[in-house]
Design a protein around this ligand. Structure first.
Ligand code: UN1
Length: 496
């Protein structure tokens, strides 16, 4: 299933036929490749090379570093269809979403190229005569990227494009579930390196490995920044371990994203917004819509329309004309069924959620997306289940809707559908949504790369991608220069 694709992306057969770790496609559950897992010592050797690469790359002028990222963007444009298809095969995304993910890579490359001429610092007024002060941004070191199966290529590229223009080296550990897309990204990056000419060896490396490989990155003090995307459970381990050695982290962990659906909302927009955010990617985005908090006056209409829309959603092979592909694996299916059982125990009424196409694909896990009417924000609703389950809660007073939005442990994305300006502004105010993303009349998922991406509370607090997220990949330095013939001290101190 993947030979032709991997070859067209420049991945040598030896990289995906010779290891012991099996790779399966969630489309039919079959094994499509075998890769070798790297040991701790191999990872450490790669960090050695990365540290050396950093020492020369940091002195390359930033716009020149941007040129490498520009070339990578060109390579991605030329291979968008193939890489998108590989994302579909390995992660189960429908074609449109596989292509969208590669487009997100191209977009961040463009952003980073511009940024490479805009790593702006500040000038600061000095209190001393004949002095000036400024703030500059310096390259940081080796950046370790740990990414999840659900965005197997885009999340790496957000980190890598920024890290490279900021003057850093990168070591990437992708999910064990999606090593093939990672091998393809590495092969494509090597094409850009070749066109670029003089980048140091080991500037951007890939580590295929399991927990041990991840730990090697987390514990190595030369890895100045660990940018990790995954579960809150993973973040609870990574965060303190990196902090214990005074390293930095960007953590992108669980989400439990809600929509407030107000009585004034344009319901046609809202239903479409719900469908894309709740059902898209088979509910496996960290930004997936997991809760709708709907005003009681429109609840019945919304539920009826949603159930009709859900019944029509085409489920099946993500490369065909379908809207919902498979879950990544059996564990994911079991977690979904467990959550639905718990929801029923907690008073929920479940629509959908059953396994689909079992006869055709006995080893793959397709499901009908579920809508669950809940009597309140019970334990199961407060927990992120990485599957297409949409909990529906109702409200009468706007304050209660806001409270429900915020009363979960996670804080990634949120949105409101309303045409009432007061509600929209309140939702985005200091006492509104407590999430990193708060949208109006747009669903919770599908953010553009231009904004900073990330969330609060158990989502981990990190920011990646656009705006000034690049500052996390650099070392801030305060510079004071004396161009006078005196040595005045700050705070007026006399020390003669
Ligand atoms: C993720 O699910 O880890 O906003 C990232 C979105 C995408 C990124 C999701 N741009 O849904």
């Amino acid at each position: 299933m993947v030979d032709g694709l991997l070859q067209s992306l420049g991945v040598p057969a030896s990289a995906y036929t010779q290891g012991t770790h099996p790779v399966h496609t969630p489309i039919d559950g079959s094994q499509i490749a075998k890769v070798a897992l790297e040991s701790k010592a191999q990872v450490t050797a790669k960090i050695d090379t990365a540290a050396k690469a950093f020492h020369s790359w940091r002195d390359v002028p930033a716009p020149r570093r941007g040129e490498l990222v520009r070339l990578f963007g060109e390579v991605l444009r030329a291979h968008k269809a193939q890489l998108g298809e590989l994302v579909s095969v390995e992660a189960g995304k429908i074609t449109q979403e596989g292509l969208g993910e590669v487009q997100e890579m191209i977009d961040i490359c463009d952003f980073a190229v511009g940024l490479s001429r805009q790593l702006y610092g500040l000038t600061i007024a000095s209190e001393r005569p004949g002095h000036h002060m400024r703030e500059t941004w310096q390259p940081l070191g080796v950046v370790g990227v740990i990414s999840a199966f659900n965005f197997p290529v885009a999340v790496w590229s957000w980190n890598t494009a920024l890290a490279l223009v900021c003057g850093n080296a990168v070591v990437w550990k992708p999910s064990e579930k999606t090593p093939l897309t990672a091998l393809a990204c590495q092969a494509l990056f090597e094409k850009a390196l070749k066109a670029f000419g003089q980048a140091p060896e080991g500037l951007c490396q890939l580590v295929i490995g399991d927990r041990e490989a991840g730990e090697a990155l987390v514990d190595d003090s030369r890895v100045a920044l660990v940018s990790a995307t995954g579960s809150t459970r993973m973040g609870r381990e990574v965060g303190p371990r990196v902090a214990a050695r005074f390293g930095r982290t960007i953590l992108e962990l669980g989400g439990n994203n809600a929509m407030i659906l107000a009585p004034s909302a344009d319901l046609n927009l809202a239903i479409r917004g719900i469908l894309f955010s709740a059902v898209g990617t088979a509910g496996q985005r960290c930004t997936t819509l997991r809760r709708v908090i709907v005003h009681s006056s429109v609840k019945e209409e919304v539920l009826t329309r949603l159930k009709t829309a859900y019944s029509k959603v085409r489920i099946g092979d993500p490369r065909k004309d379908n809207l919902v592909g498979p879950l990544i694996d059996k564990a994911s299916f079991d977690a979904m069924q467990g959550a639905l059982a718990k929801a029923r125990d907690e008073g929920g009424s479940v629509f959908g959620g059953e396994r689909q196409l079992q006869d055709q694909y006995p080893d793959a896990y397709y499901v009908a997306p579920a809508i669950v009417e809940m009597p309140g924000q019970t334990e199961v609703v407060r927990h992120e289940t990485f599957a297409p389950i949409l909990y529906v809660l109702s409200y009468d007073e706007f304050e209660d809707a806001l409270r429900l939005n915020n009363e979960v442990p996670q804080g990634l994305s949120s949105c409101i559908f309303t045409t009432d300006l007061r509600e929209a502004e309140r939702f985005q105010s200091a006492s509104g949504s407590d999430c990193g993303i708060a949208n109006v009349n747009i669903g919770t998922s599908g953010a553009e790369i231009g904004g900073a991406f990330g969330g609060e509370k158990e989502t981990g607090g990190g920011r990646e991608s656009g705006s000034d997220a690049w500052k996390a990949y650099m070392r801030r330095q305060t510079n004071t220069v004396n161009y006078s013939r005196e040595l005045p001290l700050a705070q007026g101190i006399v020390f003669d």
